[in-house]
Write a protein that binds this ligand. Structure first.
Ligand code: FE
Length: 339
């Protein structure tokens, strides 16, 4: 009898130890796909012995998947772009707080979730990309002034169903309120050179092609053209320059790519270690540069093209507001006739 009791206790203890010890792995669901990311994961494995398993997909698809996998989800980390989407993931209940003093100390407060459910990992700035011959940089002010009459028929902006513009409008709602931002949007729409079409790169191409004089686009799309192996792309880039609104005009609109730990993460400790690793200078060098984005850490050396773009003054709007104001932004853009 005693022998049986010992055996039963031993089985129970082994079961508890086995079921509570995480495997040496971390499972990442990512909507990012750059060749250098692989190097990033390999470096992490080398440093920690933790294997990285990767599942790629679209942002909304991954959020949906984590949700439907529920408590059995193998996902530890969700990586995606735009604070608006990270906010959506939080609202969908697929994330949990990360609890890391290191992350809180190195990542600026306005670039992470107030409840610690996600963090920014790189910065992307929505710039005014203008034709060097048809616009003098001294004429440029802020996003707000793009609604002025002087830009009538001179702007290229993509459609309102794109999250980048939704987040820009959401940040303007944060600083100017809904009513004034709606009036601004009407002015902006009346300055469009054409019905919104295509992505950010298409807006830049349209400036070079003479369709318009200024495009709103994330900085890394221009960086890609500058670095392109295709001469035609570099010819486009040669004709334009990028301008980031300075502090006197409210500053530049900064968005992030970022990540959060999933609600039912089976390897939570490893997940926190991985996020902490991504926020180190070495990892940032690979992570942000992969997409010509600005690192999340201040004072890092920038690769050639980013250095040429120059520094920017952030509008200091907390990126959490991009999600919170997103429904208002979408409705407002619709009312203003921004298609
Ligand atoms: Fe993009």
């Amino acid at each position: 009898m005693k022998q049986f009791q010992y055996t039963a206790i031993w089985v129970l203890i082994s079961f508890l130890i086995f079921s509570c010890t995480p495997g040496d792995e971390v499972n990442i669901y990512s909507s990012r796909h750059y060749d250098t990311d692989m190097e990033l994961y390999e470096n992490f494995t080398e440093e920690t012995g933790i294997e990285v398993n990767l599942i790629e997909g679209g942002s909304d698809e991954l959020i949906e998947r984590i949700n439907s996998e529920g408590i059995n989800s193998p996902a530890d980390i969700l990586i995606t772009v735009d604070a608006g989407r990270l906010w959506r993931a939080k609202q969908a209940g697929v994330l949990q707080a990360y609890e890391s003093d290191q992350l809180n100390s190195v990542i600026p407060e306005e670039l992470r979730d107030a409840d610690g459910e996600w963090i920014g990992l790189s910065r992307r700035v929505r710039g005014l990309i203008y034709h060097k011959d048809r616009v003098d940089v001294s004429e440029l002010e802020g996003y707000w002034e793009l609604a002025d009459e002087k830009w009538e028929g001179r702007l290229c902006v993509r459609s309102s169903n794109n999250i980048y513009n939704q987040s820009l409008v959401a940040s303007l709602i944060e600083t100017h309120g809904i009513e004034d931002t709606e009036e601004w949007a009407r002015g902006l729409v009346s300055n469009f050179a054409q019905t919104p079409q295509g992505g950010d790169t298409d807006q830049i191409r349209a400036v070079a092609a003479g369709v318009c004089d200024i495009a709103l686009a994330n900085h890394y799309y221009l960086a890609r053209l500058v670095n392109s192996s295709n001469q035609a792309d570099r010819d486009v880039a040669d004709q334009v320059a990028i301008y980031f609104p300075g502090e006197e005009y409210g500053g530049a609109h900064v968005n992030i790519s970022g990540a959060g730990i999933t609600r039912n993460s089976p390897n939570r400790e490893n997940a926190i270690r991985f996020l902490e690793y991504l926020a180190t200078e070495d990892a940032q060098q690979l992570y942000s540069v992969a997409n010509n984005e600005f690192p999340i850490l201040d004072g890092m050396e920038l690769p050639g093209v980013l250095d040429e773009f120059g520094t920017f003054e952030s509008d200091a709007v907390n990126v959490t507001s991009y999600g919170a104001n997103n429904p208002d932004a979408i409705r407002l853009m619709d009312r203003a006739g921004w298609r």
